[in-house]
Design a binder for this molecule. Structure first.
Ligand code: NAD
Length: 342
């Protein structure tokens, strides 16, 4: 079975690819579990980490909206697409035309490519809680109206609607996950307005300074990289009937605040880690981040078997274990010992 990941050189794409290779199997549109014989990763960027060395992996470089690239990506034997490529929140707000081109117009071309296969392939799309906005209730429910207040959120919401309609018509079998902010993201800061949420943990634990552009009371709805990858796999494997007519949902996450994250940082990295954070307000980032909801009642997702992380400390421990080899920069006290095993 041929599986495609757009944005396959990105942070989540790379982790999802490794998980799919380890699993070896996914579920096709007939509901049959089948071996993944080809995993195609597409991206405009070169992979930051090296690609998994595996004969099933193929890398197709280029913009998925370019007809020549799309033609090579969406071949008649393509059974599943994970659509993760995007211009992220800060980038789409900064450059309206680029955001519209990639997040909406190129995505429409991708949906059309899948429709024309005439095989009803499965599509799992990375949406975002940025699809919500405006006058929000205290707690987001499954039926809360989408009223995005950023171009990025609007492009994600429009794609969700298209996926509902393409699925209703039987052109494809779509599923869209509204992702919380993923914490802790390794590597360098990116253009996502939420980038600080990882930076305030990642940099101090590695002995580097970082800037926090939002006040400590800022709320965030978070999920770990491990759990988001499991959610993509779970979303793909669920039967179409479980999704019904509403193909999008908000993933369960954790409601936390910047100050709670810093407390968790201190419990792992000591006061020295906290001292590496510099507070420097950024009105642009604050405006975007404060338009996002932070409290959810994701009943439907929980009923469908999606799971949040146990705690913010767990998210940070996962980062230390998976990305830092269990080592954190000097804490000025006894070395932090991470739990091993699951
Ligand atoms: N990480 C988060 O906190 C978060 C939260 C909500 C939603 N999401 C969504 O999840 C998806 C993956 O996010 P991520 O954190 O891995 O981001 P990322 O920036 O690491 O990955 C996205 C990848 O898409 C690629 N890309 C952009 N335009 C492209 C194009 N035209 N053709 C091919 N590739 C292109 C980029 O080069 C990048 O490697 C995105 O759709 C993002 O909007 C992420």
């Amino acid at each position: 079975m041929r599986v495609v990941i757009t944005g396959g050189a990105g942070f989540i794409g790379q982790r999802l690819a490794r998980r799919i290779l380890a699993l070896g199997k996914l579920v096709d549109s007939a509901g049959e579990e089948r071996e993944v014989t080809r995993l195609v990763l597409n991206d405009v960027a070169e992979p930051v980490d090296s690609l998994p060395v595996d004969k099933r992996v193929e890398f197709i470089a280029g913009d998925f909206g370019e007809p020549t690239v799309l033609e090579r990506l969406i071949t008649p034997d393509t059974a599943i697409v994970f659509h993760l490529a995007a211009v992220v929140s800060g980038g789409a707000e900064e450059d309206f035309e680029l955001g519209m081109q990639v997040n909406l117009h190129a995505t429409e071309c991708l949906l059309e490519g899948l429709r024309l296969l005439d095989t009803c392939p499965r599509l799992v799309f990375a949406s975002s809680v940025a699809a919500y906005g405006g006058d929000l209730p205290e707690v987001i429910q499954d039926d809360t109206l989408l009223a995005p207040q950023t171009s990025y959120g609007c492009q994600k919401a429009m794609t969700e609607f298209l996926i509902n309609d393409y699925s209703r018509r039987g052109f494809l079998d779509g599923r869209a996950l509204r992702l919380p902010t993923i914490v802790v993201r390794p590597g360098k800061p990116n253009k996502a307005a939420s980038s600080f949420a990882s930076a305030i943990i990642r940099e101090p634990l590695q002995g580097e300074t970082c800037v926090c552009p939002v006040p400590p009371e800022t709320g965030v709805w978070v999920l770990s990289p491990q759990q988001v990858v499991e959610s993509f796999i779970h979303a793909e494997q669920l039967a179409a009937s479980t999704w019904g007519y509403q193909r999008a949902l908000a993933l369960p996450g954790l409601t936390t605040t910047v100050s709670e994250m810093i407390e968790a940082l201190e419990s792992i990295g000591g006061p020295a880690a906290v001292a590496r954070i510099e507070w420097k307000p950024d009105a642009g980032v604050q405006r975007i981040v404060h338009s996002w909801p932070v409290r959810f009642q994701p009943t439907r997702a929980l009923d469908m078997g999606f799971q949040p992380d146990a705690s913010i400390v767990d998210c940070i421990e996962g980062f230390v274990r998976d990305e830092l080899g269990g080592q954190v920069a000097s804490t000025g006290r006894q070395k932090f010992a991470i739990r091993t095993g699951s």
